[in-house]
Design a protein around this ligand. Structure first.
Ligand code: DC
Length: 226
């Protein structure tokens, strides 16, 4: 595939903005593969938690990175994250894993571990990849870049509703505070912070339905295509 430029769409934005849902549905409509990079960082955080690695200690985290192997597979069109041979999709969505992931994603060693994997996936397929640094760092040449966001209140409400629907008891204010904390960490870290790429289109989904947001993403892609 050398020399072929793939038709990639990079979507970045803060926690809970609906990136995954919107990107997955848009990918389905366009016949693209959806790549969730947050899940890869989450799998790394899960490893550190399970193995009692002190995530405040950068050298301990960097040393542990040597023992981690992450890959992804697709089963019935759904991305599965494989951590050292184990499918860990069922374990990476807890609030604890969310917060630890935000903590450890500031380390260069953690990011370096995943960058090659993310770029190699994007080099061979048409993909929609979402995360925090896709347009700015992972795929700076992506033709379509979108910065997808929503107000913190709306993001908290959506997460609350999602958790309730899964039967998980939760507190709206606590969810909002966790979201604000993750925004703070993700936007202010030194390495690959969350920010809008200069050539990204800003898309605020606070007042959009999922369907409207998916259509907006597809329309942005179509305008870039011509
Ligand atoms: O998208 P998510 O909520 O699953 O991401 C979890 C955390 O992973 C997020 O708080 C920051 C980190 N992350 C990152 O630093 N870079 C990415 N490309 C994706 C996620």
């Amino acid at each position: 595939m050398k020399g072929v430029i793939m038709d990639n769409i990079a979507i970045d934005g803060p926690a809970g903005a609906g990136k995954s849902t919107i990107a997955r549905l848009a990918a389905g409509k366009l016949g693209f593969i959806y790549v969730d990079t947050g899940a890869m960082y989450r799998a790394m955080a899960l490893y550190f938690i399970r193995n009692g690695i002190d995530t405040e200690d950068e050298s301990a985290v960097s040393a542990a990175c040597e023992d981690i192997n992450i890959s992804i597979e697709y089963k019935d069109g759904k991305q599965e994250v494989i951590l050292n041979g184990e499918n860990v999709n069922a374990f990476i969505r807890t609030e604890k894993v969310s917060l630890v992931t935000s903590d450890i994603s500031k380390y260069v060693s953690v990011r370096a571990k995943l960058l090659g994997l993310q770029r190699s996936i994007a080099a061979t397929k048409n993909i929609i990849m979402d995360g925090r640094d896709i347009g700015t760092c992972v795929l700076p040449d992506a033709k379509t870049k979108i910065y997808l966001t929503a107000s913190a209140d709306e993001r908290a409400r959506r997460r609350y509703k999602e958790q309730k629907e899964k039967g998980i008891s939760c507190d709206l204010e606590k969810i909002k505070q966790d979201i604000i904390k993750r925004d703070e960490q993700d936007m202010n870290r030194k390495t690959a912070p969350l920010k809008q790429a200069e050539d990204a289109v800003f898309l605020d989904t606070s007042d959009l339905s999922v369907k409207e947001a998916v259509n907006a993403v597809i329309n942005i892609y179509r305008t870039k295509e011509t």
